[in-house]
Design a protein around this ligand. Structure first.
Ligand code: FAD
Length: 506
């Protein structure tokens, strides 16, 4: 009998999982909140814009289009676009969790669906992380992902005169899309020192032989930077933005290797926008709800077949670690095979690509960590939780007064993390600050709660993969106690909840 595989997420990981599960005889339901397949990587201008040529930015459109055609036309694949999964429910019998979703555009009449398959693949991706500094909440300061999405899907520029700051190769395609749209990019500032980046990327190049596509992409970005005379400066960052109600002036500082600004190194530059990216935060609420354990860095813990610690639940792509679209697709392919009931280890070429993908993730994390010096960028009056306007001072005062220094008393005393985003943007930064305040981390350690690293890698040897640690499913009570526990993964109107019958159908 064909297994029914339910996949959440239509990005590179989810789409590849669907294709490989179909190839192994499964029946697939692919649920994605976007209107088209491709996820964050292959976002494009809506057809209604009548643009014939997608921007030169973004790669893999041909592959995404091929895969989309295959999935949409396949008789065993049900593709549900514009479908938001708002809840996952575990069962006492331990079988595959039930998925609850809403079909249609928020604000219109949406319909409910409840699906329970034989296997569940979670491929919900990640979103930008920004570490706070004075002025990070001013209009004109954007996440690099937002700048990229606006450019790719709307051809809207965040400004005419832009500075890019943060860590990781993602800054490069964003610079390209901004200059493609006509912006002047002052510089791309990478906070980690050049020698650290080189050390990790240049070591044992043969291990990355299946990443030739990435090298070609990198050459294209570098060529674009040279053509447009965009300086790429390492060991530097935007540490403050000022202006009269909007970003007008950015302060750049040279950083030591721990990201502590070097006194006297500051300079200012006039800008009308700043785009910032300090890595990515996994979109893991559905995994937590399914009972999957997270790594120390908040990613979903998976084994060599991409299986999570929750029964019948697999995960792939950036919820399991940051590696880019090609890595996400390889992980998705492995998860799809395993969820369909086959053995991914039997496919030797896939196994080899998976190994390279893991190497790539480990190097990326080692080359572009967030360092503890970042905690010194914010000031007492800097807002950390933007939904509730909670400042750094509010939090440190709450911890000083509370009996314990855990996240919970600070949350209750200051409301940090209780606003509309439910801690999605601020929780990692607040947790990092809490740990930094209570016991300053070893100067050599990567920042606790940083995103961009997987917890199951051996930190001494970033290019070797440690065997996965034994891990068991997260007990329901423990899951509910973590800041990552968010019972509703997508907004749902009270009216829509009220319209449900006891089976969860509208
Ligand atoms: C804003 C942004 C822009 C980016 N742009 C680029 C770029 O231009 N170039 C580049 O190299 N990398 C880019 N990246 C990195 C890129 O996201 C990844 O490398 C790659 O897309 C990861 O693939 P994935 O399948 O793991 O996740 P994603 O591509 O993020 O796909 C996840 C999918 O899951 C869906 N989803 C999430 N939650 C739910 C839910 N509850 N219900 C239903 N569906 C859900 C999302 O709508 C999305 O379609 C970007 C990242 C971000 C955050």
């Amino acid at each position: 009998m064909s297994r029914h595989v339910v996949i959440i997420g239509g990005g590179p990981a989810g789409a590849a999982a669907a294709e490989s599960a179909l190839r192994h005889g499964a029946t697939v339901t692919l649920v994605d909140s976007n209107e088209a397949l491709g996820g964050q990587y292959n976002r494009r201008i809506p057809d209604a814009f009548g643009v014939r040529r997608p921007l030169s930015i973004g790669h893999g459109y041909t592959e995404t289009a091929r895969r989309a055609r295959l999935l949409i036309e396949h008789p065993r694949c049900e593709y549900l676009p514009l479908a938001s999964v708002y809840q996952i429910e575990r069962h006492p019998d331990g079988g595959c969790p039930t998925v609850r979703l809403l079909l249609g555009i928020e604000g219109d009449q949406r319909t409910h669906r409840v699906i329970r398959g034989d296997a569940l693949v979670l491929a919900t991706g990640a979103y930008d992380r920004v570490c706070p500094f004075p002025g990070w909440d001013l209009p004109g300061v954007y996440t690099a992902g937002a700048a990229q999405t606006l450019a790719k899907t709307q051809r809207v520029l965040i400004g005419k005169s832009v500075l890019l700051s943060g860590t990781g190769p993602f800054l490069l395609p964003v610079a390209q899309s901004l200059v493609d749209g006509g912006a002047h990019v002052h510089a791309v500032l990478e906070a980690n020192p050049g020698r650290r980046i080189l050390r990790h990327w240049a070591a044992r190049p043969w291990e990355l032989r299946h990443s030739a596509g990435k090298a070609a992409e990198l050459i294209e970005y570098v060529a674009c930077g040279v053509r447009h005379r965009i300086p790429l400066r390492t060991g530097r960052a935007v540490v403050a933005v000022a202006g009269d109600g909007k970003a007008e002036q950015a302060t750049i500082a040279q950083l030591d290797e721990h990201w502590t600004p070097i006194p006297g190194s500051e300079s200012t530059v006039s800008v009308d926008a700043v785009a910032v990216s300090h890595g990515f935060t996994p979109q893991h609420e559905l995994a937590v709800a399914a009972g999957a354990r997270l790594t120390a860095h908040g990613f979903v813990h998976v084994d060599s077949a991409q299986q999570t610690t929750a029964e019948n639940v697999w995960a792939a792509g950036e919820i399991t670690g940051i590696g880019g679209a090609q890595v996400a697709a390889v992980e998705g392919a492995v998860a799809g095979v395993a969820a369909a009931g086959a053995d991914p280890a039997a496919d030797r070429p896939l196994r080899a690509r998976h190994r390279t993908a893991e190497q790539f993730v480990a190097r990326l994390a080692a080359a572009h960590p967030i360092r503890p010096g970042v905690l010194g960028w914010s000031r007492p009056e800097t807002v950390l939780c933007r939904c509730e306007g909670t400042t750094r001072d509010d939090l440190t005062t709450a911890w000083a007064r509370a009996a314990g220094d855990s996240y919970r008393p600070a949350k209750l005393a200051t409301r940090a993390g209780l606003g509309p985003c439910q801690g999605r943007m601020c929780a990692a930064n607040i947790e990092a600050l809490r740990i930094g305040v209570s016991a300053h981390p070893a100067r050599d350690a990567p920042l606790a709660c940083q995103d961009g690293a997987r917890g199951d890698r051996n930190p001494q040897s970033p290019t070797t993969t440690a065997p996965p640690r034994a891990a068991s499913p997260m007990p329901q009570g423990l899951a509910a106690a973590t800041p990552a526990w968010r019972p509703l993964a997508a907004p749902i109107r009270l009216r829509e909840l009220a319209d449900l019958d006891h089976e969860g159908q509208s």
